[in-house]
Design a protein around this ligand. Structure first.
Ligand SMILES: Cc1cc2nc3c(=O)[nH]c(=O)nc-3n(C[C@H](O)[C@H](O)[C@H](O)COP(=O)(O)OP(=O)(O)OC[C@H]3O[C@@H](n4cnc5c(N)ncnc54)[C@H](O)[C@@H]3O)c2cc1C
Ligand code: SF4
Length: 509
């Protein structure tokens, strides 16, 4: 008898394993404290994973496969992967076990060392999900000090023949990012997001009764994330029809009126593998071909770049750099996160909106993550471990392989510039330009110091001043120091001492 393990983020309905039922094979999915407790997660993240796993198990059984599902409250559940496997091996007289390539380093290490303690052969097979192998990116960048996403992206476009015309990119440009940075007009037409409104009251009771700790709004009686293949496909179709036409242009925009704007909200379905990146990319390209009049090329290119480019790139960085990546702290930052990251209670309106929205929906879009919460954490000198922990816990799509290179690399520059060519930091001006947050803020984005000064302004200069040695030679930053040096001495010292005051009392903001 063969035991096949499926992890919570391996719900690939299209995997060849499931083509035909086999009486000699038993599948297992496990809800475990090992997974709920390694960091404190948002309630919707726990519910989303468990609901999707339960649905997958039902689907397997309906197709005639044998399964053993260990729910979080099952008395036989040992709450640890190795112990649960040992229990099932004994129960079903298993002679060999198989698992699919895990995406997290810690699980890879654990699973690859199980053969001996379990006393049976344990074999890894491909998850058939990604465009690239784990090693493809490091082979592509062999010998390079930085990994330039753009060159990897072009390689991917050519290799998978996406948005290509012969050897050239469709429309004559590889990247339309410059056209994808508009703020929202005041009268933009809001599109209500597609939500599923499932009742997960029973699952929520099981989770809480089992003692699993979480934070954030559970929304269990109207749970809106997709938990099945059908719902995931419906979300993709909804995106293509209603959101894609505006995706590119307003990709970087933020609004307190609208928590997901024109973003797809597909990351949870993708990261659990209910959707494959290949089908999302090719369906998007085909949809655009059929609706060219309605959908601008920059929108399609911008969206495909996120999945074919950034998503695969981040995975490659993770496997090229782990386990060292997890310890990187280029700026030697040491602070803890201010308490308002867990409540949203701060007078800084941009942070308050973004954090409260994240607590409400377990979601924030890319620019909110990068230029609001990430930006502030970097300017405030928060330890990357603390920042990672927060991002890993709060977002429904957070799985370490994609969370960490985005947080530690792109957002916190803790890898010293492997992923980002310069730190993603800004003053209040950028936030004011890209959002309507500043309009109802206690602080004033145009003021640099004093009671009403936007904290981003002085912290921005303080960050550059304190890390001058590490950043000044970066060709993309040189201008910032020129501007700083041109300021009146008294102006500079007022700004820096105001920032010192802020840094001494982050919780008072
Ligand atoms: C600090 C920080 C932490 C992040 N943590 C995560 C995380 O834990 N999990 C996660 O999936 N994404 C993470 N991202 C990337 C990105 O913010 C999310 O993928 C995106 O916001 C998900 O929302 P969406 O599905 O509506 O995306 P859309 O804007 O609609 O984009 C489409 C898809 O492209 C992919 N994508 C877009 N940007 C990236 C990126 N930078 N890296 C990898 N894939 C990308 C996602 O699969 C996403 O679903 C993080 C970004 C930052 C700055
Ligand atoms: S003024 Fe500053 S703190 Fe307030 S919303 Fe704007 S950027 Fe954020």
């Amino acid at each position: 008898m063969i035991l096949r393990l499926l992890l919570g983020d391996q719900l690939n309905y299209e995997h060849p394993w499931f083509n035909k039922p086999d009486d000699n094979v038993i599948y297992t999915l496990m809800e475990m404290r090992q997974e709920t407790d390694y960091v404190r997660h948002h309630a919707q993240k726990i519910l989303g994973f468990f609901a999707a796993m339960r649905q997958f198990d039902r689907w397997l059984r309906k197709k005639g496969h044998r399964t053993h599902y260990l729910s979080i409250d099952d008395p036989n559940n040992r709450q640890e992967l190795r112990k649960n496997l040992a229990f099932l091996i004994k129960l079903y007289k298993i002679t060999e076990a198989e698992y699919l390539e895990p995406d997290e380093y810690r699980l890879d290490k654990l699973l690859s060392s199980l053969s001996k303690p379990l006393g049976i052969p344990v074999t890894m097979l491909t998850s058939e999900h990604f465009f690239t192998t784990r090693e493809e990116l490091s082979e592509f960048f062999a010998g390079k000090k930085t990994y330039l996403m753009e060159s990897f992206y072009r390689y991917m476009r050519r290799k998978h023949y996406v948005l290509m015309e012969g050897e050239e990119p469709v429309g004559g440009e590889w990247n339309f990012d410059k056209e994808n940075r508009s703020a929202l007009p005041k009268d933009y037409k809001k599109v209500a997001p597609l939500v599923f409104e499932k009742d997960l009251t029973r699952l929520w009771s099981t989770v809480t009764f089992s003692g699993v700790e979480s934070f954030g709004f559970a929304n269990y009686d109207r749970f809106h994330w997709p938990a099945s293949r059908e719902e995931s496909l419906a979300l993709l179709d909804f995106f293509l029809e209603y959101l894609l036409p505006h995706f590119g242009k307003f990709q970087d925009a933020m609004s307190e009126r609208d928590w997901s704007l024109f973003h797809s909200r597909l990351s949870f379905a993708l990261n659990t593998k209910m959707l494959s990146p290949d089908e999302v990319v090719h369906k998007t390209a085909a949809y655009w071909k059929a609706h060219k009049k309605r959908i601008p090329l920059p929108a399609v290119e911008g969206f495909i770049r996120q999945i074919l480019g950034w998503r695969e790139y981040m995975r490659g960085v993770y496997w090229a750099q782990m386990p060292e990546y997890k310890k990187m702290n280029y700026f030697n930052h040491k602070e803890v996160l201010p308490a308002f990251y867990w409540t949203g209670e701060t007078r800084m309106h941009c942070l308050s909106v973004t954090i409260q929205q994240s607590l409400q929906h377990a979601y924030a879009h890319h620019i909110q993550r990068l230029m609001i919460t990430g930006n502030f954490a970097l300017l405030a000198g928060i330890h990357p471990d603390k920042v990672d922990e927060w991002y890993l816990g709060i977002y429904i799509d957070a799985v370490e392989w994609v969370e960490m290179p985005n947080t530690r690399g792109m957002s916190q520059f803790a890898d010293g510039g492997l992923v980002a060519t310069k730190p993603y930091v800004s003053s209040g001006q950028y936030i004011g330009r890209m959002s309507n947050y500043c309009q109802s803020c206690f602080y004033n984005k145009n003021v640099k110091y004093g009671e009403k000064a936007c904290p981003f302004n002085s912290l921005y200069w303080h960050f550059h001043a304190r890390h001058r040695q590490k950043l000044e030679k970066n060709p993309r930053i040189g201008m910032i120091y020129k501007t700083f040096d041109k300021m009146e001495m008294s102006e500079r010292s007022s700004i820096l001492s105001h920032a010192d005051k802020i840094l001494g009392g982050l919780n008072k903001l």
